[in-house]
Write a protein that binds this ligand. Structure first.
Ligand code: BEZ
Length: 230
């Protein structure tokens, strides 16, 4: 086999109805595993989201307090994500009926509408494809995982949190802003970057590039470490 063939992006994994779930872990830069799933908004396929960013996130279980705070926080950022062409998609292995009852309960007791679909992954197919199950942590619940999938269906970021720690939804917006800034300007973003801050100019790989960047008027601490405004 030629080097070229070996380095092509592999076909995305796919959930097959009826097949025993096989645990796997998505890879950054690879095609997001495809799936079809039952949700609180009807049947969906990941392919339906082609052209939009997707934030797919799992939670351990419905009617649990940390998850409830997270759902309120995800609902609060949904409009900001929409402005960025991002769709939210929740998941746990609870049934559709449980999801619906919990969504109604959050509305009734806490006054919050949950605007995004929640996957009822009762047979753990999607959870297995995305490595959301951590048997040493829980045999029956998905961990708190977040996958940022870009409009071409590529996995661009993954966040894994344990059962006991609620996620920071501001960080999810910051992550999307950073990924979209990288795509738009071909740059990287430094620690604790936020929109408006300077970005990192990718390191040079030739002497010619070193000389060019030193003349370009970037803010450089050294030849390999330059920032610019975008
Ligand atoms: C919660 O959401 O409150 C929770 C869920 C699983 C384990 C611990 C806390």
């Amino acid at each position: 086999m030629s080097d070229h063939l070996e380095s092509t992006v592999p076909e995305p994994a796919h959930a097959h109805a009826g097949a025993a779930p096989q645990a796997s872990l998505p890879r950054l830069g690879a095609a997001a595993p495809l799936f079809e799933a039952v949700t609180t908004h009807g049947k969906i396929r990941l392919e339906d989201y082609h052209g939009s960013w997707v934030v797919l996130f799992s939670h351990p279980a419905d009617f649990t307090p940390v998850c409830t705070t997270e759902f309120m926080a995800f609902a609060a950022i949904a409009p900001e994500l929409r402005k960025r062409n991002v769709e939210l998609l929740g998941l746990s292995i609870d049934s559709p009926t449980s999801h619906i009852a919990w969504v109604l309960n959050i509305k009734e007791k806490l006054g919050i509408d949950i605007p995004f679909p929640i996957i009822a992954d009762s047979n753990k197919e999607v959870a297995s494809l995305y490595g959301m199950l951590m048997p040493d942590e829980s045999k029956t619940e998905t961990s708190r995982c977040v996958f940022a999938i870009d409009p071409k269906g590529i996995v661009r970021a993954m966040i894994y949190y344990p059962l006991t720690t609620g996620r920071n939804t501001d960080e999810i917006i910051r992550l999307i802003d950073a990924l979209q800034t990288t795509d738009k300007h071909g740059v990287a973003t430094p620690a604790n970057w936020k929109p408006g801050d300077k970005v990192i100019v990718p390191p040079p790989s030739t002497m010619e590039e070193v000389e060019a960047r030193l003349k370009a008027g970037f803010e450089c601490a050294d030849w390999y470490f330059c920032k610019k405004a975008v």
